[in-house]
Design a protein around this ligand. Structure first.
Ligand SMILES: Nc1nc2c(ncn2[C@@H]2O[C@H](COP(=O)(O)OP(=O)(O)OP(=O)(O)O)[C@@H](O)[C@H]2O)c(=O)[nH]1
Length: 388
């Protein structure tokens, strides 16, 4: 036994070591296997949402100072003189195809006027928006004169019709635009109101030119803070003739505050007239109409309102009368501006609206050109309609 021991011990050691190795090597191989790849989506579901760092914004190095473009001062325009504007523009009335004059003359020139002829005359007047009352009055006046004077040569018929139309339009109405300050040291203040799109901003711009042409110093107030582009539009009108515009520093600002600032600015600048443009409003929108009342009240803290102009679109016909009525109540309208008379055969609205409101038409818009606004005059207007 002792002889076997010296080689038996190493043999046992080899056997033990082999067994241990056989056991350990496969485990080591398994442990070395990589776990299957982890789906990042699955982790995202379980883990806290990652904190997303904002991307680093590289500071932009400016090597050159920014280029400041010089502000170009536009060359000031010289508006057309006020006198004679309606004469200059009156062919627009005739050209706009105002068939009123031509048709009235054609019927009146017939040899023997029958009842049908008189009906036709009345219908022509109604189609031109003269209104039933004034149309009836005109027919009566013409009937009387035809009975007395007879229907003679075309020139006499024309003169007769002209007379009666001028009477209907109102040659004696005071159409003065009140732009003188109510007290010494205060500017005249003209507030311009009306429904959307009738031409208020355009009218304020054109009116500024009329006043500049007459040598007056004007300030504009952009109290239409409702339509974003209105203040820009107004400012453009003003800058063309060197007239400053007071405007809000943000959209939707309080229009009464802008109106107030404009009047204050006009006063401190020693301006002659402040023209205040307002947002278009529907006559049935109570909030906007209240706002108009507020604008009026606030302005008068600084200076008296000398004129409230209601801008009416002549092409809207009888609908304009309804507007006129409501604005008359809320804003105390003192004068009417009839725009777009160049685009309508409904010149008779001049008569109808004056009757409806008891307020004279003071200005008429006869085109989109900057000087296509004219002080209204009954005789020149009728001559325009009759194409004479
Ligand atoms: N043909 C013609 N177009 C006119 C006349 N007056 C104004 N317009 C046009 O009418 C459109 C509306 O004019 P605006 O001055 O913007 O009207 P607004 O009343 O200020 O409009 P809101 O601010 O939206 O209420 C413009 O395209 C003007 O050029 C006119 O006498 N004749």
């Amino acid at each position: 036994m002792t002889d076997v021991l010296p080689w038996l011990i190493p043999l046992l050691a080899v056997v033990v070591l082999g067994t241990v190795a056989a056991f350990l090597v496969p485990r080591a191989r398994r442990g070395a296997q990589l776990p299957p790849p982890v789906d990042p989506g699955a982790l995202m579901d379980l883990a806290e949402p990652p904190v997303v760092e904002p991307p680093l914004v590289e500071p932009v190095e400016t090597t050159e100072p920014p280029v400041v473009e010089p502000v170009e001062t536009p060359e000031l325009e010289r508006p057309a003189p006020t006198a004679g504007r309606l004469v200059r523009l009156r062919d627009r009335l005739a050209r706009s195809g105002s068939p009123l004059g031509a048709r009235l003359l054609a019927v009146l020139s017939r040899d023997h006027l029958t009842e049908d002829d008189w009906d036709e005359l009345e219908e022509t007047l109604l189609l031109a928006d003269v209104g039933a009352g004034p149309a009836g009055e005109l027919i009566e006046a013409l009937r009387t004169r035809v009975r007395v004077e007879g229907v003679g040569d075309p020139a006499a018929v024309r003169a007769m019709l002209r007379d009666e139309l001028v009477t209907l339009v109102g040659p004696d109405l005071d159409r003065t635009l009140h732009t003188q300050g109510a007290e010494p040291g205060t500017p005249g203040v003209v507030l311009v109101v009306g429904v959307n799109g009738t031409g208020k901003t355009t009218t304020v711009g054109k009116l500024a030119r009329v006043l500049v042409a007459d040598g007056r110093q004007v300030v504009l107030g952009a109290a239409d803070t409702f339509r974003a582009a209105a203040a820009d539009q107004l400012q453009t009108w003003g800058s063309r003739v060197g007239v400053p515009t007071v405007r809000a520093d943000r959209d939707g600002a309080d229009p009464a505050a802008v109106a107030f600032d404009a009047v204050r600015e006009g006063r401190s600048d020693g301006a002659d007239v402040v023209l205040v443009d307002t947002a278009g409003r529907l006559q049935n929108k109570a909030g906007l109409m209240d706002e108009l009342g507020k604008i009026t009240r606030v302005i008068t803290r600084e200076a008296a309102l000398t004129e409230v102009l209601l801008v009416l679109d002549a092409t809207t016909g009888q609908n304009g009368l309804q507007q006129a009525r409501v604005f008359g109540e809320v804003a105390g309208v003192t004068g009417i501006v009839l725009t777009k008379l160049d685009g309508t055969a409904k010149g008779g609205i001049v008569v109808a609206v004056q009757r409806e409101l008891g307020v004279p038409v003071k200005l008429v818009g006869l085109g989109e050109g900057p000087d296509d606004l004219a002080p209204f005059d009954a005789e020149q207007f009728v001559d325009g309609i009759l194409g004479g």
